[in-house]
Design a protein around this ligand. Structure first.
Ligand SMILES: Nc1nc2c(ncn2[C@@H]2O[C@H](COP(=O)(O)OP(=O)(O)OP(=O)(O)O)[C@@H](O)[C@H]2O)c(=O)[nH]1
Length: 542
C-alpha cells in the first residue's frame, strides 16, 4: 500500500508525516512528506533512528493505531487531537503512525547505538505499570570485562564493541522486544507477555550473538577475542518506578547479573530463582541501618591466659533489624565490602568503641580491638575524624591518671587484600603517630601474612581461629600454632588466640606461651551501650 497526502490527510492535514509500519515498527510505506523528512536513500541513519523510535510503543505525543482490517477510515490521535484519515483497510499486523513534524527530533535515543535510551525505557516501564499490564519481563544484559577492552585496546574499540552488540542484539531478538541502552555497559530489554515463555531462549540467543562480536586492535588487525555478556532476567511486577529506576525489579535484576558474574560470567540467571538475599538487598538494609543507628558494637572479652583476667575486648559489628533481631556481621560484611560500604560500618563501630572507652574510664585500662577494612584505608577524612574523637576521649582518660598506650587497637585481617602495603602504611600513619596500635588478624589464613608482618608495625598477632579450633584433634595445627608463637615472641609481638571453645584448648595455648585468648569459653559477644561511666546496659545477649 502506498500513502499519499490525499489519503493521509483527508484533505485537511496536507503535508502530514504518516508512516505505515509493521506492528514491530518497520516502515512499510510513508507519505511524501515523511519520505522527504526521512529519506530511505538519503540520510539512512535518520530513517533508522525513526524506525527505532517507532519500535517503542509511542507515548501520548506520538499518535498510532492498529486497525483490524474492517474499517475504511481510521480515527487516530495526533498530538492528542482526534483526526480522521481516509485509508484503505490495514491488516492486523500493520500500524499507522502519524507524527507532527515538530515531534520528529524529540526522539529519546542513545547516540552511540541508536537504541532507545534509559529514560525511554523507564517511560515505557512506567506506562506498563500504571496500566496494570502484567506478564512483562525485564532482561539486563551486562557486557563482560569491557574495562579490559577499553584499557588495553582503547575506548574507540570499546565503543565499537558496544555498537556491534547493540546491532547483533537487535537482529536476534523478536521485533516486539524493546531493547534500550541502560547504562554505559548495560542494555535493558522489555519482553512482552506473549514472548515471556521464550525469555530464556531470547537470552541465550543474545549470548550467542555476543560471541560473534569480535574485537581487534585496528581495522585490519586479526581478532583478539570475542565478547561475552552476563544476563539477568526477571518479572516486571507492579512495583513502583521512580524517575530513575524500577526499584525492586532493578535490584533483583542486578542481583541476577551479579550472580552470573560471580559464577564465571557469560551466563544467564533468572532473578526469580535466586534464593539468597542479594548483596543489593543486604546493602539497602545496611544503608538504612547505618542511617537509623542500628549498627552496633558487640563486645567480646579477651583474657590474659596466665592470669585469667580480662585485659581487652574486641568490638564486633551487629545489625539490629527494625523488628529488633540481631544480625551477625558474617551475614552482611561481604555485601558491605562488595558495595564499598565497609568503611561506614568501621567508622560506626570505632566511634562507639571510643565512647564505650570513655564510659569505662573508672575501670582498669583495657585494649579495645576494632576491625578496619581495606575500604576504610581509602578514606583519610574518616581517619581524621577518628583522631579528633579519640583525642577528646584520650584527654578524658588521661585526666583520670591512666596514661600509657592508647586503648584503641586497629585490627586488619590478612584476608583484606592490600594492593600495596606502603600505601596502607601511609594511610594509617596519622593514626599510628597518634598512638593507636595495630593487630594483624587471622594470621595463618592466607599467603600474604608474612609480607604484612614484614612491612607493617604490628603490636598484636591474632592467630587464625580455624587453627585454634583444630588444635585438640590435630597435632599439625598444634605445631603451626607453636611455630607462630615462637616467631611472634622473637619479634616482640603479643599473641592472641581466637575461637577458644573449651578449657583443654585454653590450657594447651597457655602452655605454649600464647599471651591472650578470646572465644566462647571466655565469653560471647554482648551488645553494650554505655549510659553512665559506671553503668553499662546490656541490650542483647547473642
Ligand atoms: N568504550 C566505552 N566504555 C564504556 C562506556 N560506558 C561505560 N564504559 C566502560 O565500561 C566499563 C565497565 O567496567 P566495570 O563495571 O568495571 O566492568 P567490566 O570491566 O565490564 O567487568 P565485569 O562487569 O566485572 O565483567 C568501564 O571501564 C567504563 O568506562 C562507553 O560508552 N564506551
Amino acid at each position: 500500500m502506498q500513502l499519499d497526502n490525499a489519503t493521509a490527510d483527508g484533505g485537511t492535514f496536507s503535508g502530514m508525516v504518516v508512516f505505515l509500519c509493521t506492528a514491530a515498527g518497520r516502515v512499510l510505506s510513508a507519505s511524501p512528506r515523511a519520505d522527504e523528512l526521512f529519506p530511505t536513500n538519503g540520510e539512512q541513519t535518520l530513517r533508522e533512528r525513526l524506525e527505532r523510535r517507532l519500535r517503542m510503543n509511542p507515548g501520548p505525543s506520538l499518535g498510532s493505531a492498529l486497525i483490524d482490517g474492517e474499517e475504511t477510515s481510521l480515527i487516530g490521535l495526533m498530538d492528542n487531537r482526534e483526526i480522521t484519515l481516509g485509508i484503505t483497510p490495514l491488516d492486523e499486523h500493520q500500524r499507522l503512525v502519524v507524527l507532527l513534524e515538530s515531534l520528529c527530533p524529540h526522539t529519546s535515543l542513545d547516540s552511540l547505538t541508536g537504541l532507545p535510551d534509559r529514560s525511554a525505557m523507564l517511560e515505557r516501564i512506567r506506562d506498563i505499570q500504571s496500566d496494570g499490564d502484567g506478564g512483562h519481563r525485564l532482561m539486563l544484559v551486562d557486557i563482560d570485562r569491557l574495562k579490559t577492552v577499553n584499557d588495553y585496546l582503547g575506548y574507540h574499540v570499546g565503543d565499537r564493541v558496544i555498537r556491534d552488540l547493540a546491532g547483533a542484539m537487535q537482529a536476534t531478538v523478536p521485533d516486539d522486544v524493546m531493547a534500550a541502552r541502560w547504562s554505559g555497559h548495560e542494555f535493558m530489554l522489555l519482553i512482552p507477555p506473549r514472548q515471556a515463555e521464550r525469555t530464556k531462549q531470547i537470552a541465550e540467543s543474545i549470548r550467542a550473538s555476543a560471541a560473534n562480536v569480535r574485537f581487534n586492535g585496528g581495522d585490519d588487525a586479526p581478532p583478539l577475542g570475542s565478547l561475552t555478556v552476563s544476563i539477568g532476567h526477571g518479572a516486571l511486577g507492579p512495583g513502583e518506578t521512580s524517575r530513575t529506576q524500577p526499584r525492586d525489579q532493578l535490584s533483583a535484576l542486578n542481583a541476577a547479573v551479579y550472580e552470573a558474574k560471580r559464577t564465571g560470567r557469560d551466563r544467564v540467571v533468572n532473578a526469580d530463582r535466586l534464593l539468597q538475599p542479594s548483596v543489593y538487598t543486604t546493602g539497602g538494609a545496611l544503608d538504612r541501618a547505618i542511617h537509623e543507628g542500628r549498627i552496633v558494637a558487640a563486645s567480646q572479652p579477651i583474657v590474659d591466659l596466665r592470669s585469667g583476667e580480662v585485659v581487652a575486648d574486641e568490638a564486633l559489628a551487629r545489625m539490629i533489624t527494625p523488628e529488633g533481631d540481631v544480625i551477625p556481621a558474617g551475614l552482611f560484611i561481604d555485601a558491605a565490602s562488595r558495595l564499598q560500604m565497609a568503611h561506614r560500618i568501621d567508622f560506626e563501630i570505632i566511634n562507639q568503641t571510643i565512647n564505650n572507652c570513655v564510659a569505662s574510664i573508672d575501670h582498669r585500662p583495657m585494649a579495645h580491638f576494632v576491625n578496619i577494612s581495606g575500604d576504610f584505608l581509602q578514606h583519610p577524612e574518616l581517619m581524621e575524624r577518628v583522631i579528633t574523637n579519640a583525642q577528646a576521649a584520650c584527654e578524658c582518660i588521661d585526666a583520670t591518671g591512666n596514661p600509657g598506650p592508647k586503648p584503641l587497637v586497629l585490627e586488619m585481617t590478612e584476608r583484606e587484600v592490600l594492593e600495596d602495603t606502603s600505601d596502607a602504611l601511609s594511610a594509617l600513619k596519622p593514626l599510628i603517630d597518634f598512638g593507636l596500635r595495630l593487630a594483624l588478624d587471622d594470621f595463618g589464613s592466607g599467603y600474604s601474612s608474612y609480607r604484612y608482618l614484614l612491612d607493617m608495625p604490628f603490636t598484636f598477632l591474632k592467630i587464625e581461629g580455624a587453627l585454634v579450633q583444630n588444635m585438640s584433634d590435630s597435632v599439625r595445627a598444634q605445631k603451626i600454632v607453636q611455630h607462630i608463637q615462637s616467631m611472634a615472641k622473637d619479634m616482640g609481638l603479643i599473641t592472641v588466640a581466637e575461637f577458644i571453645g573449651d578449657e583443654r584448648t585454653a590450657d594447651m595455648l597457655r602452655e605454649m606461651g600464647i599471651d591472650w585468648g578470646q572465644g566462647f569459653y571466655f565469653g560471647r559477644p554482648e551488645i553494650i551501650r554505655p549510659l553512665k561511666s559506671e553503668n553499662r546496659e546490656v541490650i542483647h545477649d547473642i
